[in-house]
Write a protein that binds this ligand. Structure first.
Ligand code: HEC
Length: 666
């Protein structure tokens, strides 16, 4: 082995936005919208490998996180999801019919308690039914209740509904003094458990309507009461009333023990990327009990759901979710080591927590040796390459930005789509890194087909693969070529050159200091803009002895690509008709046109080494140390037949090596 494990103290990394979004989506088994992160951590949206850009925070990020957590918890704790985990609830036998609406008139019957209605005087004495007059009454008091009316006597006439359920109800209806004989009117009320929710005096021959909203528990009573007022004559009252019940939650009978605990255990552990510890579960149980009690007192329809959502919010707000303790040696306990391996592997390949199969292996202690781990690396790569392509390739070559930032041109979505598909396809099919420059095919949607003058996909197929040598390579894709469409020609050439130099060849430049910047600004105005572009650039390189250090590497690479205009269209001449040729060689190698430049890169071992360096960085969650740089040549080495290793093979080896180098091992 060429490099000893690193002794450096690793820093605690943060889960990136992309990883958080992926974990949330996996948790829900549904897409958790990117919208939820738009204003979350602008700093973490800086391009770079997840682990490297991840340790950034700002104060807004912390506030925004809470609202994202609330949204996620609310989407997670739904009746539908609970039903798949919780015991089927046995409806407790209700004392009377459970219905969506109760109607005083049509529910009226000869039996006390039928449809939850009963009839009494205000002293609580039940009235008796008289079949001949079809009404309940107490002749001694002179009070009666019938289907659509009530008549008070010395006591009040009371029509009472006893709730068989828990939930919100709306009570609507009217009282009307109907007796034409005279008298002093009546007093009416709607009461919950004997307390007025609404009451009115009603003069002779007048009426009042009511609409009352309230919360009821099983056994609570709602009473419609008619009082005779001071004198008892002429008080026949027409009464209409309906009680509408809001859909009651199905959670009755669900408890922490029979359901809540399993739910929290399942979902919080995935976000922690390890099983919950006994003391954590005990804390959540205590929290659950207090939330449930609070929701009960606040008359919320389902205290169980409220409490569970509160607990999930607390779990999601835990530092165990947003930090990655598993990546440092003592971050997980000795018992949890295999979960640390499973998590590191999942973050590398899935940008998320372990899938079911990997979780089960870690739980059974079957991730203890290299062979078992390698089998899982290969299984996960083969099952789905798209996440690695987007999160590794997309950061390395810049095609992941689409998900995170606003698009600049109408073709941007197509450009990102093309780059991602080409990368994923090459990676999946065991291609070596140089094929990224010369794949021999590309993917186009309809707008791109028009832009590139290639066959459009058949209707109904958004994207299709087209065999061509003219497009598809990273240096002849729109994403790269049109990236600096808005700048000057200078800027375009320099930025294209800079990109090839730093992204494809992994070369680094010295930092631009303030003195050089001043010299640049001073020189720009002096350049004769009528000269051919290559002459102008030669002029600026000669502005000072400092300039060539960087520009003699960037400029020839950029100038070689001038046969693509700012929009990435192929051209042979400049707008004023001059032929485009580049006589500025790169380190002595001629790169007269795009084809020569690409061939130079294809033949260069630096491209494979660069990809390997990037994969090691992605797997290690840090830049390889100087002692570890020997791993790049080991992993990128050609085989005995002179073939470069495939990107997939390098990914597998880089990951296995990362376990040794970072001390995260079972
Ligand atoms: C340390 C490396 C380095 C040195 C030295 C250097 N440059 Fe640059 N230069 C760059 C990089 C990198 C860019 C592109 C990034 C940017 O625009 O900041 C650039 C961009 C430019 C641009 C394009 C500005 C634009 O965006 O339109 C000009 C012109 C330029 N350099 C001229 C010069 C001149 C003249 C000198 C010498 C006085 C010089 N540079 C020295 C690295 C260097």
């Amino acid at each position: 082995m060429c490099a000893p494990p690193s002794q450096a103290v690793p820093s605690l990394l943060r889960v990136s936005n992309a990883e958080y979004q992926q974990m949330a989506s996996d948790l829900l088994s549904a897409d958790f919208a990117a919208e939820n992160f738009k204003s979350w951590t602008p700093l973490a949206q800086v391009e770079g490998f997840d682990g490297l850009s991840a340790a950034r925070f700002d104060s807004r990020a912390l506030t925004e996180q809470l609202s994202t957590i609330e949204t996620l918890a609310a989407q997670l704790v739904t009746e539908a999801r609970l039903k798949t985990m919780c015991p089927a609830t046995q409806p407790t036998p209700a004392p009377c019919a459970v219905k969506a609406t109760y109607n005083a008139q049509s529910d009226f019957s000869a039996a006390q308690g039928q449809n939850c209605w009963s009839y009494s005087s205000s002293d609580g004495k039940a009235l008796t039914y008289d079949a001949a007059t079809m009404r309940y009454g107490d002749a001694s008091q002179g009070l009666f209740v019938w289907a659509n009316g009530q008549h008070p006597g010395n006591g009040d006439a009371v029509r009472k509904w006893t709730s068989p359920l828990r939930g919100n109800v709306v009570v609507t209806g009217s009282f009307k003094d109907t007796d034409p004989g005279g008298g002093d009117g009546i007093k009416v009320a709607v009461r919950l458990k004997g307390k007025d929710l609404w009451s009115r005096p009603i003069p002779n021959r007048s009426s009042e309507t009511f609409e009352v909203r309230t919360f009821v528990r099983p056994g609570d009573t709602l009473e419609l009461v008619v009082n005779r007022n001071a004198e008892s004559s002429y008080d026949s009252t027409a009464v209409e009333a309906a009680i509408a019940v809001a859909a009651t939650p199905v959670t009755a009978g669900w408890t922490w023990d029979n359901c809540g605990q399993a739910f929290v255990n399942r979902y919080a552990s995935r976000m922690f990327r390890r099983p919950l510890r006994a003391e954590e579960l005990a804390q959540y149980q205590t929290l659950f009990a207090s939330f449930e009690q609070g929701a009960e007192q606040a008359d919320l329809p389902s205290p169980f759901i409220e409490a569970l959502r509160g607990v999930m919010e607390a779990a999601l707000a835990s530092p165990n979710v947003v930090m990655k303790p598993e990546l440092i040696a003592e971050g997980f306990t000795a018992d949890e080591k295999q979960f640390a391996v499973a998590s590191k592997l999942s973050l590398f390949l899935r940008s998320s927590f372990p899938d079911e199969a990997l979780w089960a292996l870690a739980a059974q202690g079957q991730l203890s040796d290299d062979t078992a781990i390698e089998a899982q690396v290969r299984r996960l790569i083969d099952e789905d390459t798209s996440r690695l392509a987007l999160n590794f390739g997309g950061q390395w070559l810049g095609f992941r930005r689409a998900a995170l930032s606003a698009e600049k041109s109408p073709l941007d979505a197509s450009y990102y789509g093309e780059s991602g598909r080409v990368f994923e396809s090459l990676f999946r099919d065991d291609a070596p890194a140089w094929r990224l420059l010369k794949p021999g095919f590309t993917y186009v949607d309809a707008p791109l087909a028009m832009q590139y003058k290639l066959t459009a996909p058949p209707t109904g197929t958004p994207w299709h693969k087209v065999d061509t040598d003219a497009r598809g390579g990273f240096l002849n894709q729109g994403l790269f070529l049109a990236a600096d469409a808005d700048g000057s020609e200078f800027r375009r050439v320099i930025h294209r050159g800079l990109w090839v130099l730093t992204r494809v060849l992994c070369r680094s430049l010295p930092r631009l200091d303030a003195a050089t910047r001043d010299e640049i600004n001073a020189s720009v105005g002096k350049i004769d803009r009528t000269l051919p572009l290559s002459e102008q650039m030669r002029f600026h390189r000669q502005a000072s002895s400092r300039c060539p250090a960087c520009h003699q590497e960037m400029d020839p690479l950029g100038l070689a690509l001038e046969k693509y205009d700012a929009q990435g269209n192929r051209r042979e001449t400049t707008p004023d008709g001059k032929p485009i040729v580049n006589d500025f060689a790169f380190n002595g190698v001629p790169v007269e046109n795009p084809e020569q430049l690409i061939q130079m890169l294809v033949d260069s071992p630096e491209v494979s080494a660069c990809m390997t360096d990037r994969l090691l960085t992605y797997a290690f969650n840090r830049k390889p140390s100087t002692e570890e740089m020997c791993l790049v040549s080991t992993l990128a080495a050609k085989d005995s037949q002179g073939r470069a290793p495939s990107m997939k093979e390098v990914a597998v080896r880089a990951f296995l090596q990362s376990l040794k180098q970072t001390g995260v091992s079972p």
